[in-house]
Design a protein around this ligand. Structure first.
Ligand code: GDP
Ligand code: IMO
Ligand code: MG
Length: 408
């Protein structure tokens, strides 16, 4: 069975936690896109693990994890991350593989990324990891894949410095290299999770272009870049927060206007610990945007939603969620492509009453207070999509399963 997990907002929805949680029933986890721009956090028994390139099944001793074809891989970052895991007692050898179609991120790409940002009148606010450069070179057919690193003919156009650098990492990369499609065909009876990075609104096609990342973070990416075909995806899960965050620049219709001390924005940032896992930047915060979430459900064929961070609302008397955009004198309920429209959109908000009870210890849907269930059921109704998993805290065990994704 093949279950795809993507972010349904602007990233950092809690994909790492959910992939780790569901990986207990999988044999293989394939991360299909992005690079070291991602930061996926897993909290297990008080210990925190921040993953950037390594798929989120790695904490189990027996899972195979694969860096998929759509990824752009900085070997320095990868081996540093693996060394960090080793220091925490995680034995990764023999179960971390990389698709031979994945692309290499060379050190100079990071510099080029920063230069590109400096030249933009409206910077994107990239993570500076060279991601956009790697995907640009891939699209212009000048990239170097894992499949190419021992093929001198493919390296002739590389600057000498790049070739020298690659020769250092080549010997460590080669033992990890596999043919992903062949590997999955050989293990066709396994249960696999396909882990997305970033989120639907940061996807190069479905996101808020140009304020997006450069990879495919939409569900379709799992098929194009995960080693399987689109008809073999059994289920798509979309992970979203009870509110919205965004790191970096770009339109964000529900962003709180007031971010001063004592504001709701700062309250959510503090309670939700909303600081980037990769760059440490404070995340921008706002109410849940149901217009954007429903759009993400539509364009990704999301079968079931996974709600996270609902516990962050525990202390609130009341809160709101966006059910439409006012643009000029029109109200729309569909997510526009135009940055101008998104920037000028004023959210139409619906009020909800808070529950003023800690949810962190709830383990069944029935244990959730009525007000929390009312919020959840409104989201389901608006998006026409059921919420099958609810996360009430960062720890693996703080998870409520209403329906397992492994049931066909
Ligand atoms: P990802 O990029 O989607 O994997 O998400 P990140 O790891 O960047 O950010 C999510 C943050 O929220 C991490 O620090 C998680 O430990 C934490 N987290 C995940 N789920 C929950 C939840 O339900 N409640 C709270 N309070 N924190 C959560
Ligand atoms: P995870 O997988 C949140 C954002 C950056 C910037 C834009 C482009 O942890 O959810 P890039 O370096 O990719 O060229 O930056 O995308 N961004 C993310 N925001 N979570 C992420 O990943 C992100 N990866 C990239 O902040 O706005
Ligand atoms: Mg993250």
């Amino acid at each position: 069975m093949n279950v795809v997990i993507i972010g349904a907002q602007w990233g950092d929805e809690g994909k790492g936690k959910i992939v780790d949680f569901l990986a207990s029933d999988a044999q293989i986890v394939v991360r299909f896109s992005g690079g070291a721009n991602a930061g996926h956090t897993i909290v297990l028994g008080g210990e925190k693990y921040a993953l950037h390139l390594v798929p989120s099944g790695i904490l189990y001793p027996d899972k195979i994890v694969i860096l998929g074809s759509g990824m752009v891989i900085d070997p320095e970052a990868l081996f540093q991350e693996l060394a960090g895991l080793e220091q925490k007692g995680i034995d990764w050898k023999g179960r971390v593989f990389i698709s031979d179609r994945a692309h290499i991120v060379f050190p100079r790409y990071r510099e080029l990324d920063k230069q590109a940002e400096a030249g933009r009148a409206r910077p994107i606010g990239t993570t500076g990891r060279g991601i956009g450069i790697a995907y640009s070179l891939k699209a212009s057919r000048d990239g170097i894949r894992l499949a190419d690193i021992d093929d001198d003919e493919r390296l002739v156009n590389l600057p000498g410095d790049d070739r020298a650098w690659l020769s250092i990492w080549k010997e460590r990369l080669l033992p990890l290299r596999i043919d992903l499609a062949a590997y999955l065909r050989q293990h066709r009876n396994s249960w696999r999770l396909f882990e997305g990075a970033q989120g639907a609104l940061l996807d190069i096609d479905t996101g808020t272009y140009p304020f997006v990342s450069s990879g495919m973070s939409c569900a379709a990416g799992a098929a194009a870049q995960g080693g399987i075909g689109p008809r073999h995806i059994d289920r798509v899960l979309g992970v979203f927060k009870a509110y919205t965050t965004r790191v970096g620049n770009g339109p964000f219709p529900t962003e709180f206007a007031d971010d001063s001390p004592g504001s709701l924005s700062q309250y959510i940032r503090n309670v939700g610990n909303e600081y980037g896992t990769t760059t440490g930047r404070p995340r921008r915060c706002g109410y849940l945007d149901l217009v954007a979430l429903r759009y993400a459900c539509t364009v990704n064929s999301i079968d079931r939603l996974v709600l996270t961070h609902i516990d962050v609302y525990d202390g609130l008397e009341e809160f709101e969620a966006c059910v439409g955009y006012k643009i000029g004198d029109k109200v729309i309920e569909d997510f526009p492509a135009s940055v101008r429209d998104l920037t000028g959109a004023r959210p139409v908000l619906r009020k909800f009453s808070g529950w003023k009870t800690p949810l962190g210890k709830c383990r069944t849907y029935e244990e959730l207070p009525l007000r929390a269930r009312e919020y959840i059921e409104f989201i389901e109704e608006f998006t026409e999509t059921s919420i099958s998993i609810i996360s009430v805290g960062s720890d693996r065990k703080q998870t409520i399963v209403r329906e397992s994704p492994w049931i066909k």
